[in-house]
Unconditional design. Structure first.
Length: 255
């Protein structure tokens, strides 16, 4: 009788120790993240450039991913890959990144959704329609926001993790997006930690400064550099003086 009681007590203690062990492991895993990369090409290992960028974070950086909620399996894969890559950057930063994953459309009325989607589009994060076939005979369509924002020292930088190429299928687009995750995150970090952007001069001698022909190119450069325009009009010495503009220079020099 006594032996049976001891065995029962021991069983309860072993179960209690198992529960405590699980709780401790879960608590530690929320503080420390490590993903073992078994792929031959090391696709889940941060490059040295990305690690150096992450190490330049000096104070808390907030990373907010807006891809969450109900979605198809293919976009869930994209979300999980973005989240895991963000954890890799957080580890490389010494824990200075705070990560949040949220659905900006959760519990929103239809009339509110349109305004929210438009707001993201204006910030360079294009929403997408997720078309999912349920049970083979039912189609569910939902808008998703496959993007994120980094907030650092009062600066907000947006990221777009999915760009749809009509020439390929959705699976290929998802794969391409997954392959570009580290690039997008590293670019955002570079914009956050760069205190003083270098100057680049865009020269044009056709009678116009920065027009529609090079507008998108200039806008992209403007994300990383301080852009200036130079009109090469040798008849007017004043035109050789660069004039700073943010995106488009509408004023021309008179020959």
């Amino acid at each position: 009788m006594k032996k049976r009681r001891l065995q029962k007590t021991q069983s309860w203690l072993e179960m209690l120790m198992l529960v405590v062990g699980i709780v401790v492991i879960n608590a530690l895993s929320s503080l420390y993240y490590k993903r073992i990369d078994l792929t031959q090409e090391k696709r889940y290992t941060l490059s040295e450039t990305s690690r150096k960028l992450a190490s330049k974070i000096e104070e808390k950086l907030y990373f907010k991913l807006y891809l969450d909620g109900e979605m198809s399996a293919k976009f869930k894969q994209l979300r999980n890959e973005i989240r895991d890559m963000a954890y890799e950057f957080r580890e490389a930063s010494g824990g200075k990144m705070e990560i949040e994953v949220a659905d900006p459309l959760k519990d929103k009325e239809k009339k509110e959704v349109a305004g929210i989607l438009e707001s993201f589009a204006e910030r360079g994060i294009e929403p997408v329609r997720d078309v999912d076939m349920e049970d083979g005979d039912e189609t569910r369509i939902k808008y998703l926001v496959p993007g994120a924002e980094c907030i650092y020292r009062g600066k907000t930088v947006g990221m777009r993790f999915f760009q749809y190429d009509v020439s390929t299928d959705i699976e290929s687009n998802i794969k391409k997006s997954i392959d570009n995750i580290e690039y997008e995150l590293a670019n955002a970090l570079r914009q956050c930690v760069t205190e003083k952007a270098k100057k680049i001069v865009v020269a044009d001698g056709s009678g116009e400064m920065i027009d529609a022909r090079v507008g998108s190119f200039a806008n992209e450069l403007g994300r990383y550099y301080q852009l200036e325009a130079l009109h090469l009009n040798v008849a007017d010495p004043e035109c050789a003086r660069p004039r700073s503009e943010e995106r488009r220079v509408g004023k021309e020099c008179v020959s």
